[in-house]
Design a protein around this ligand. Structure first.
Ligand code: NAP
Length: 287
């Protein structure tokens, strides 16, 4: 018998914080996970502005909120308020998941491992030896690079409109693997030599769906095109790559699995990923 979401005196509280936050699909997805697994939890969205972050964290301790997801703009600043940071979150330099063990708060980052799990399950199980081009050098790119290094890819070129950010990002990981900053003006050549091209920029995201970061004719047919954006589900970049014959990988799976890992850290229970996916898909399609 499923008992999740039946709020009573034993219900455990979870949530996501961000500014803005009302667009988030996480509450729908995570409450579906509690319902499916019969765990007595409830997950809600908190609009936390930056100068309320410390108060919110005090509230997490005081109220015994078991788990929190963290999104823009708090992923870096929240680290100062936690008792312990997991190694992966330290290497990435950002936290997107907090686990509260009786008042002791630990920060994790599930974005990169969520991305890699999605890519391996949906498109390509073996990433070892692949040559990767990452377009963009923002917060999401950091987690992706960390996740790909764990998979022993051959090399990662980071190209960004603002070159200094690409150099800084590549420099932060270059002692762990062959990660270097590529020239934004020479993306065509970089893409021609890549097995996997990942768009981590916001170009092509709703409502500006006509945008695309590259010309798909720069890709080889064997190349995997991957986009972190999941609204729209298929960006122009992915559609044009697919029409060229490439395998295309959208951002929905990353969103599902970053949430699935958080759910597993909090509850110790396997996340019902298929149900979580269908719930988010329904919401994105406006059903
Ligand atoms: P961010 O830190 O703000 O970084 C944005 C990146 O996009 C920067 O590299 C920026 O370049 C680049 N960019 C923005 N506009 C551009 C333009 N017109 N031309 C070229 N480059 C442009 O954002 P983020 O948190 O990394 O997120 C990036 C994308 O990933 C967003 O679309 C987000 O929705 C998606 N995302 C998806 C998931 C998921 O679960 N699927 C998770 C996290 C993020 P500059 O440095 O030059 O400004």
């Amino acid at each position: 018998m499923q008992q999740g979401n039946k709020v009573d005196s034993h219900t455990v509280l979870y949530g996501v914080i961000g500014d803005p936050i009302r667009h988030s699909k996480s509450p729908l997805m995570m409450n579906r996970a509690f319902k499916e697994t019969g765990i007595n939890g409830i997950y809600t969205a908190f609009h936390i502005v930056p100068d309320q972050l410390a108060n919110f964290i005090a509230g997490v301790r005081a109220m015994g909120i078991r788990g929190v997801n963290v999104t823009i703009p708090h992923k870096l600043d929240v680290m100062h308020h936690l008792d312990h940071i997991d190694d992966s979150a330290l290497a990435i330099g950002a936290v997107n998941t907090i686990v509260n063990d009786g008042g002791r708060l630990t920060g994790y980052n599930t974005d990169g491992i969520g991305y890699v799990r999605s890519l391996k399950e949906e498109i390509e199980p073996d990433l070892a030896g692949k040559r990767v081009v990452i377009l963009g050098a923002g917060g999401a790119a950091r987690g992706i690079i960390y996740g790909l290094i764990q998979e022993k890819v051959d090399q990662i070129a980071v190209a960004n409109r603002t070159a200094e950010r690409a150099s800084k990002l590549a420099g932060d990981f270059s002692n762990q693997a062959d990660v270097y900053a590529g020239d934004w003006d020479k993306i065509a050549q970089l893409c021609a030599g890549a097995d996997l091209v990942i768009n981590t920029t916001s170009v092509g995201m709703f409502p500006h769906i006509e945008g695309t970061p590259i010309d798909a004719s720069w890709l080889r047919e064997e190349t995997i095109a991957s986009d972190l954006i999941y609204n729209p589900l298929e960006t122009r970049f992915l559609r044009e790559a697919r029409e060229r014959g490439c395998r295309a990988h959208g951002g929905l799976g990353m969103f599902i699995y970053q949430g699935a890992y958080a759910f597993e850290y909090w509850t110790g229970t396997d996340a019902p990923a298929a149900a979580m996916r269908s719930c988010v898909l329904e919401a994105l399609r406006g059903n």
